[in-house]
Design a protein around this ligand. Structure first.
Ligand code: 7TS
Length: 412
């Protein structure tokens, strides 16, 4: 059966940029539908990493010799690329971390520990990834602050009126996912930021699932903190970004102590370095930063608007196809969605689905997606989740549908 596909918005040739996609899994062509967990890497990113180790490697910010100075330049060039990518005003507002998780922990342990006390509140939502729940719970234990949770409806849409009512004089920080990893919901972040700013409350956006899928402009959003992970934007693992407004970062105490984050050290007193270095103690993931820069330049070359439009077409095609199967329930049906489709198939456990998918060469994720409160809301232990990247095409969606049908035959 051939299905007429909507117009492809991204040329097939881009798919060839990703060597891993040429592989077979269990003798079947690999269909990679787990980009929300981690995205595959284009050749330019792989080359930037090996090229750096082959010809450009040295430690940074300390060498008087050319190799180290060039490495420092490449590292700081990547910081500028990140600034461009998310529209930050200044490169010093960008701190390299291990990923989104570390970026959120950094804010909790620096801003949070210095600004929050007993009775203060941190407002999150019901659809957060554990990375945007647990660091705040730890902070609450340390400070006596309280975690407050905004609710969503059964489509996975945030209840904005309820959220607005939860903002009050005790709220010291609002921390919300820009896009939910388990549901795909795009949150109304502009409205959230306006509501919080009306009461002078800073907002952190967890952009782990937004940065790979849409243009981000932190200045237009007027967001205070923005976080994302390198490995989800087609870059290396072990690298991520915390954006923070300069005035906030300057006022925050350091996160970790060590090399690079100081101006001077005596046993009596240590003077901290300027931002961003104040928050980058120790030898950083230099290759990771350079690889991240290469990934973001690659994305800019394609255009985030084009990627967003391409993935929106895939998502609407997949939604339409899954809705045609009576045994399939889509979990997360908000109007505004990006990149992700979570679903259940009647009578088949998501983990069994995952196994059959694997045998057919289709990589999806089955589980709670590190968002157990979301699973609790929908009364399921787990979901199967297909998620899209720029390299996916309509045939991948057809394979998703065929494999669901295969699984239903096996379990009938
Ligand atoms: N926030 C969101 C919204 C995420 O989706 C993830 C990872 C994180 C934070 C943590 O990012 P990390 O890079 O620090 O690990 N999400 C997923 C996922 O959906 N499947 O695997 C990882």
């Amino acid at each position: 059966m051939t299905t007429p596909h909507p117009q492809a918005l991204i040329s097939e040739s881009l798919r060839a940029d990703f060597p891993i996609l040429e592989q077979k899994m269990h003798d079947k062509p690999l269909v990679y539908l787990d980009s929300a967990a981690s995205a595959q890497k284009p050749q330019v990113v792989i080359d930037s990493l090996s090229g750096f180790y082959e010809t450009g490697y040295a430690n940074i910010h300390r060498g008087v010799y050319k190799l180290s100075q060039d490495a420092t330049e490449a590292f700081e060039h990547a910081r500028n690329t990140v600034r461009d990518f998310i529209g930050a005003a200044e490169a010093r507002e960008l701190i390299f971390t291990r990923g989104t998780t570390e970026a959120i922990n950094l804010v909790a342990q620096t801003y949070g520990r210095s600004a929050l006390g007993p009775g203060d509140e941190i407002l999150i939502t019901e659809m957060e990834h554990h990375s945007n729940i647990v660091p705040w719970q730890i902070l609450c234990e340390q400070t006596g602050a309280k975690l407050v949770v905004g609710l969503m409806d059964d489509t996975g849409t945030l209840l904005l009126e309820n959220f607005a009512e939860l903002i009050n004089a005790r709220t010291k920080l609002v921390a919300v996912s820009h896009v939910s990893n388990a549901l795909g919901t795009i949150n109304p972040v502009r409205e959230i930021i306006e509501l919080a700013h009306a009461q002078n409350i800073p907002v952190l956006l967890d952009g782990a699932q937004a940065a790979p899928h849409m243009p981000i402009d932190v200045q237009a959003l007027d967001v205070d903190f923005y976080t994302f992970s390198g490995h989800k934007v087609y870059g290396p693992t072990g690298i991520g970004v915390l954006y923070g407004k300069a005035a906030l970062l300057e006022a925050m105490p350091p996160y970790q102590g060590g090399g690079d984050m100081i101006l001077s050290v005596t046993f009596e007193k240590t003077e901290y370095n300027e931002i961003p270095h104040k928050f980058e103690a120790g030898t950083p993931n230099i290759a990771g930063v350079i690889g991240l820069g290469a990934a973001l330049e690659y994305l800019q070359g394609i255009g985030m608007d084009r990627i967003a439009a391409h993935e929106a077409a895939l998502l609407s095609y997949a939604t339409e196809k899954l809705e045609e199967i009576p045994q399939v329930t889509i979990i997360g049906t908000a109007k505004e969605k990006a990149g992700v489709i979570s679903f259940a198939v009647e009578g088949i456990h998501p983990h069994d689905l995952g196994t059959i998918f694997d045998m057919d060469g289709v990589a999806i994720r089955a589980g709670h997606h590190c968002a157990q409160p979301v699973m609790e809301h929908f009364g399921v232990p787990a979901t199967a989740r297909a998620s899209f990247g720029l390299y996916n095409n309509f045939e991948d969606v057809d394979m998703l549908v065929q494999t669901i049908q295969h699984a239903m035959e096996v379990f009938s």
